[in-house]
Design a protein around this ligand. Structure first.
Ligand SMILES: C[S@@+](CC[C@H](N)C(=O)[O-])C[C@H]1O[C@@H](n2cnc3c(N)ncnc32)[C@H](O)[C@@H]1O
Ligand code: SF4
Length: 480
């Protein structure tokens, strides 16, 4: 493997080029300086810092009851927060402990939460998406996995074509766990890799030899998991275009169905473990963009399509088909073809997105368990979306998922005119049009292939809260 270098002089360049979904793109360094700023990743709109409502059990009951008449399918998310060790880059909601005895009572508490939710939901509504995320869901033993699964299927029923997925850490996942998951009906596996270079792995405190990743992918294929996803991160310490290209080529050789390649969210003011990372080892924005351009080119030339701004899917994957048909959807778990569901989140910190309401569970394990034992729901805060929030959420989702905003859909769904409702936003997009990021037609707006790289910046123009909340703005990770 080539040695990574942190010397910007080795990686700085004047122009960037990439081959993105069949098109060549090229741009200069001025764009990088212009658009590199803090900004949300928009897994929700309004973003979580804007959720100020206190939500209690009675409020959650009302939200659940009001969602039933619409009969939307359900998307069920279960958060398992535990990990054995902390990876220093990690921005997820985790509890780090080697005390495996924490898992059993946690599974009991989630079972209580599922039972409570089921009493207020019309459980004839099919579950079309079920996802266990973390932390590390394979922190659970096989027996605990079976017990948790049992408490889900005791109340809810999965559609025949449901996506049933789980996040696995290849360093701690055993063949027996994979067999158990497959037997229970899991058909999607998502695994963290981040970077295969030993020097980067050392810097992020996550040693995961290439063979470990390869073994788990082979085992999952043999067991018949229909879809395998690999997570990578660009912008980690010591990365260079050359070193990360080797990681990307190895991953392409493993042939996963999907790849998430996240922009490293470096937020040490929010995530204490990230303070172990020396900022001087992080690649500067110019190097990050070079890494990203290389990565896009390599995946797209290898038969993948770029989805949104940080995912890739094989050309024949349903995400790629949905992108071409402009029906792609995005929620807290990433991109999906299953739009129009109500998301029900269980476990500490889990978020529900139900019928225009975001509701988040509390962060403390003891409070979570005590609330459920006392017959309450562990909900804490949330946001009831206004009419304007719903419109802007639609706009931001369309731009980030499908790279296109259709005035006709806005008219049909919300009874508004793109040109008049967003007159000031469209006017403010002028410089982005001149920079070749976006094209504006009489009744639509489309991101160019180059605009996909700056999709967060474009979405920010439609965020009604950003300019009001400048202090908060500084707390987001950077867009480049
Ligand atoms: C819940 S974690 C992964 C599951 C499992 N614990 C593992 O590590 O394999 C989901 C993914 O979020 C991504 N992630 C975590 N922290 C991040 C950060 N600070 N910036 C960007 N991506 C991050 C990583 O790619 C990670 O694999
Ligand atoms: S990356 Fe995965 S294993 Fe590492 S701390 Fe985060 S959730 Fe845990």
């Amino acid at each position: 493997m080539s040695a990574p270098s942190t010397n910007p002089a080795n990686t700085r360049r004047e122009r960037y080029q990439a081959y993105l979904n069949g098109q060549e793109i090229s741009f200069g360094t001025t764009l990088v300086a212009k658009y590199d700023r803090p900004g949300p990743r928009y897994t929700s709109y309004p973003t979580a810092p804007q959720w100020h409502e206190v939500i209690d059990t009675a409020a959650m009951h009302r939200v659940l009851a009001e969602s039933n008449p619409q009969q939307r399918p359900l998307s069920l998310y279960v958060h398992i927060p535990f990990c054995e060790e902390h990876c220093t880059f990690c921005g997820c909601n985790t509890i780090i402990t080697r005390k495996k005895t924490v898992a059993d009572p946690y599974v009991d508490a989630v079972a209580l939460e599922l039972a409570h939710l089921a009493r207020h939901l019309d459980t004839s509504r099919p579950v079309t998406q079920l996802h266990w995320g973390g932390g590390t869901p394979t922190y659970l033993t096989c027996a605990e996995i079976e017990r948790l699964w049992g408490s889900i299927v005791a109340h809810f029923h999965c559609a025949a074509d449901a996506e049933i997925g789980i996040e696995v850490d290849p360093r701690v996942t055993t063949p027996a766990q994979l067999e158990t998951l497959r037997r229970l009906g899991f058909n999607r596996l998502s695994m963290g890799v981040q970077d295969l270079h030993p020097m980067v792995q050392q810097a992020i405190h996550r040693i995961q030899p290439r063979e470990q990743t390869e073994r788990i992918i082979l085992a999952a294929r043999q067991l018949g998991f229909a879809s395998i996803n690999v997570d990578l991160i660009y912008g980690l310490p010591h990365q260079t275009p050359g070193s990360f290209a080797e990681t990307v080529d190895s991953i392409i050789a493993f042939s996963p169905d999907r790849v998430a390649c996240y922009n490293f969210a470096f937020v040490p003011w929010l995530k204490a473990q990230q303070r172990a990372i020396d900022p001087s080892t992080l690649p500067p924005p110019e190097t990050k963009l070079a890494v990203l351009c290389n990565t896009i080119t390599r995946f797209c030339r290898a038969g993948y399509e770029m989805i949104g701004f940080d995912h890739f899917a094989r050309h024949d994957d349903e995400l790629s088909l949905a992108l071409r048909e402009r029906t792609l959807w995005r929620n807290f778990q990433g991109y999906s073809t299953k739009g129009g569901t109500d998301l029900i989140g269980c476990g500490i910190t889990a978020i529900s997105d139900i019928n225009g309401h975001y509701i988040q569970n509390g962060k403390k394990l003891t409070t979570y368990q005590q609330a459920l034992a006392a017959g309450a729901l562990p909900v804490e805060r949330g946001c009831h979306l206004s009419g304007d929030d719903r419109i802007r959420r639609h706009v931001i989702r369309e731009l980030l998922c499908n790279g296109h905003l259709d005035g006709g859909r806005l008219r049909d769904q919300f009874g508004i005119e793109l040109r008049t409702y967003f007159a000031s936003e469209l006017a403010a997009l002028g410089p982005m049009m001149e920079d070749g990021l976006i094209t504006i037609a009489s009744d639509s707006l489309t991101l160019t292939p180059l605009g996909r790289l700056f999709a967060r910046n474009i979405a920010m123009r439609f965020d009604a809260y950003l300019d009001r909340d400048l202090a908060q703005q500084q707390r987001y990770s950077r867009t480049v």
